[in-house]
Design a binder for this molecule. Sequence first.
Ligand code: ZN
Length: 252
Amino acid sequence: MAKASSTIRVTVWNEGRHEKTNKQIAKIYPAGIHGAIAKHLSAQRGIRARTATLDQPEHGLTDHVLTNTDVMTWWGHMAHHEVRDDIVEKVRQRVYEGMGLICLHSAHMSKIFTRLMGTICMLKWREAAEREILWVTKPGHPIVAGIDDHFILPKTEMYGEHFDIPEPDEQIFISSFDGGEVFRSGCTWQRGSGRIFYFRPGHETYPIYYDPNVLRVITNAVRWAAPRPMAKQTYGHRDVGWIGKRPRKSKK
Ligand code: ZN
């Protein structure tokens, strides 16, 4: 198990394909979506961010990287199916052990998110450069520290309900869109000892990961999802011996 340290070690994972194949997206994110997020996070006090991408050996998620990650952020879209199942299982195990996981935008269909949720995670969408208003539904929660009662993204892809997720532990944001749809755009769950946050903003054709409110929420979520010091936990089915004094058998 990774040792809790005062610096939060973040691995910013990105599929990294749109940036390679689409000039317009490469112009918005010259260092990739992962580069933009990691640059911001690394500039925050007490956070150290590294990046990992699909096309690296083991998708950049070697055992060493996984063991030394406190919080992982995940962005994927066009190549979810290319992510190796054995690596997804390792990431899932790390979540059970206490690693935080922040799934961004189209990561709702990633293997890691759907396997942790256990549901289909489908939703409605429309690409029409609509205004999105993200309404805070959990004021006072650490993830919305420094955020007003709402913030606006002028041009976004629409995501609409029904979003096929299990009931969130906490509902942090609900979005509304020009077309009238609404969406649960910020949700938390716990799996094992790990905290999970799904955060909707982030379509690749808009400069969403430069928006100060979006970046603030991601930073807050990293701090919230970081593992707390805890006694050793074990996961999995196992036979255990009797703990303490064994009760006497009752006399016949
Ligand atoms: Zn999108």
